[in-house]
Design a binder for this molecule. Structure first.
Ligand code: NAP
Length: 312
């Protein structure tokens, strides 16, 4: 008999990877308010009674609460909706998991730190700057203080989902290149740690199998910056000769990206490493695999100049 996992908010970047990594060995029920796959059904996890009923009916061995609003600007402008989605919904999840006496997975973020330190390990004290970060940190605290058994994993700059689902940096850069931009404006004052969704899901799977409950930083190995990630992407795409970079400070984008962001949100997987459970790979290796596995077809159609370098 396969163990059962209920995954809430599974329609996004991370949900795609969780579905593909867990589907063979576990029986899954994946839900979202955006039903964009045939393996998803509808559930708005802000609705406590419906959430409780849907999970209880499935009777899972684990509850994974994945979904959130991840657009920092939306969160600054829509604070009530943000706390309802990112924080009180997590209280719903804790209640349900405790009532069914099952472990809960919650995804936190590197963005909960204030950026005053260069690196953050699992025991550093968060100090969120904006409402997205605060709403996620309050979710994290609620889980830590109230869930009977839990795993909390803090992710960094997410890379995943491919052209259809990736809402973040990699896809934004690729979209610009597809549009014909050959001078990329990239900030020189933001440091972080990329996190490939597939590697993240595999490491989460290992933690659940070992039953090592608790809080973990969980990012790709190797510290970096927005500038270096952009350069590596262009290099992987084989466009280094054509593309130039214009270094700007975050001020340059202040009208579009007005939400506060820490200067450094670099995480170190200290606890995972100490427990000998850190199977995350270097971010450059993960980025290359991400592009190969998720973008080959899209790039062949939309950016044929890259064909030589992507394994099709
Ligand atoms: N993306 C990152 O860089 C990053 C970094 C660190 C941590 N995280 C965390 O990782 C988790 C997964 O994020 P992601 O990158 O996969 O984001 P994503 O691609 O936006 O996926 C999140 C999914 O949750 C859904 N959702 C939002 N509100 C919901 C609700 N009330 N009921 C049901 N589903 C709802 C979203 O639907 P809609 O699209 O309709 O809103 C979306 O399909 C989140 O907890 C996020 O905070 C993300």
């Amino acid at each position: 008999m396969k163990k059962k996992i209920y995954i809430a908010g599974a329609g996004g970047m991370l949900g795609e990877a969780f579905h593909s990594v867990f589907k063979e060995e576990y029986e899954l029920k994946c839900t979202d308010k955006d039903v964009n796959e045939n393996w998803l059904s509808f559930l708005d996890f802000r609705e406590f009674e419906q959430y409780k009923k849907d999970v209880t009916d499935f009777n899972p061995d684990y509850l994974f609460h994945l979904g959130a609003y991840t657009d920092l600007e939306y969160c600054e402008l829509n604070q009530d909706d943000t706390y309802l989605t990112n924080t009180t919904s997590v209280e719903n999840a804790v209640y349900i998991a405790n009532q069914l006496n099952i472990p809960l997975l919650y995804i936190s973020t590197a963005g909960i730190f204030d950026g005053k330190k260069e690196f953050y390990d699992d025991w550093d004290e968060p100090n969120p700057l904006g409402h997205y970060a605060r709403s996620k940190y309050m979710g994290e605290r609620y889980v830590r203080e109230n869930a009977k058994r839990y795993i909390i994993c803090r992710a960094g700059w997410m890379m995943g989902g491919g052209p259809k689902k990736d809402k973040k940096f990699i896809n934004k850069l690729i979209k610009q290149l597809v549009k014909g931009t050959r001078e990329l404006h990239v900030v020189n004052d933001k440091d972080g740690t990329p996190t490939f969704t597939v590697d993240f899901a595999k490491n989460v799977k290992l933690l659940f199998e070992k039953e090592y409950w608790g809080l973990y930083n969980l990012v790709c190995n190797g510290e970096t910056s927005r500038r270096e990630v952009a350069e590596e992407l262009v290099n992987i795409l084989g466009l280094s000769e054509e593309v130039t970079f214009k270094e700007v400070s975050s001020d340059y984008f202040k009208d579009t990206y007005f939400a506060p962001r820490p200067t450094s949100e670099r995480l170190i997987n200290k606890k995972l490493t100490l427990r000998d459970l850190n199977i995350m790979r270097d971010w450059k290796v993960a980025l290359r695999e991400y592009i190969d596995n998720y973008y080959a077809e899209f790039l062949e159609e939309n950016l044929p100049a890259t064909k030589e370098t992507i394994s099709l």
